[in-house]
Write a protein that binds this ligand. Structure first.
Ligand SMILES: NC(=O)C1=CN([C@@H]2O[C@H](COP(=O)(O)OP(=O)(O)OC[C@H]3O[C@@H](n4cnc5c(N)ncnc54)[C@H](O)[C@@H]3O)[C@@H](O)[C@H]2O)C=CC1
Ligand SMILES: O=C(O)[C@@H]1CCC=N1
Length: 263
């Protein structure tokens, strides 16, 4: 049995707990000052009274607090780290590098930097992973296997994390915004709230699944829908004239700039 402990019980921690909760080989526990006990009850896992207790019970500890809480967390954990330095750390703290994590927690620890997205909660996530250079390949494989349980993963150089965070980490919010725009357009054109939501969600979900399962590029799929001279082409033209690509690039650039503030 592998025990995974969470420090922080917000949206990201909850998604990861949901992603791992079906695994009979994994036991999950959490500490968070305000909501930890409530979240643990809702998700059917145990809660601890302190970050130290999480550390001492766990084989792997996920740091899932706001990034600016790293120093406070390190302070709470210091005695436990000295008592049990074998614990593996997986940090999802946005913008916080492996070097910063080692500086705060200890040079001797085994630390993985992970950048998951909330879709891990429905086992359709994406996680970028970065390991210490000297991480034992068996440990690397074991950690990567855990993240593979709830979606696709790639090992990425840390300098690529800013882009990965903006596109894949924040991406679900941007795709959700487009889905909401589709829904609003359906509502404006007379569909009911329920039907508008279903049309928008199912179309976004089906399009992603279609590209992945049939191994089609986005442009190949778009061209299949666009009968020459037909109605889709008329709408697609409006998206291109409105410079959708530039709007999305500006969105990613702003997201990366904000993320870089934490570095
Ligand atoms: N939400 C997302 O989609 C993603 C979030 N992340 C990263 O995950 C981390 C958490 O983000 P969210 O879950 O969205 O935030 P959140 O605000 O939903 O949750 C933060 C959690 O940390 C707890 N917390 C705050 N200070 C603490 C402390 N000193 N000790 C223990 N627990 C403490 C809070 O009570 C809360 O449970 C951030 O560093 C973020 O950059 C990374 C990838 C995606
Ligand atoms: O919004 C944030 O700061 C975090 C990082 C990636 C997704 N959520």
């Amino acid at each position: 049995m592998l025990t995974i402990g969470f420090i922080g019980s917000g949206n990201m921690a909850q998604a990861m707990i949901q992603g791992w909760s079906g695994n009979p080989e994994v036991q999950l526990t959490v500490y968070s000052p305000n909501s930890g006990k409530r979240v643990a009850k809702e998700l059917g896992i145990t809660a601890e009274d302190s970050a130290m207790a999480v550390w001492l019970k766990s084989d792997l500890v996920v740091l899932a607090t706001p990034a600016d809480q790293l120093a406070a967390t390190a302070k709470m954990l210091q005695p436990a780290i000295l008592m049990k330095p074998s614990v593996i750390v997986a940090s999802v703290l946005g913008g916080i590098s492996l070097a910063q994590l080692h500086q705060a927690l200890g040079e001797q620890l085994i630390i993985t930097r992970a950048l998951p997205n909330v879709n891990v909660g429905v086992k359709y996530g994406y996680t970028a992973l970065a390991f210490d250079k000297d991480t034992n390949p068996d440990i690397k494989g074991a950690v990567a296997a855990l993240f593979l349980e709830f979606g696709r993963t790639d090992e990425l150089a840390e300098e690529k994390f800013g882009a990965a965070s903006a596109v894949a980490g924040s991406g679900p919010a941007f795709v959700a915004a487009f889905t909401e725009a589709l829904k609003q357009a359906a509502l404006k054109n007379g569909l009911t709230e329920e039907i508008a939501a279903r049309l928008a969600e199912q179309t976004v979900a089906g399009t992603a699944r279609h590209m992945i399962e049939a191994k089609k590029t986005p442009l190949t799929l778009a061209n299949e829908v666009m009968t020459p001279g037909g109605s889709t082409a008329a709408g697609y033209d409006v998206l291109q004239k409105g410079n959708l690509n530039q709007l999305v690039l500006d969105t990613i650039t702003a997201t990366m700039a904000k993320n870089a503030e934490f570095e």
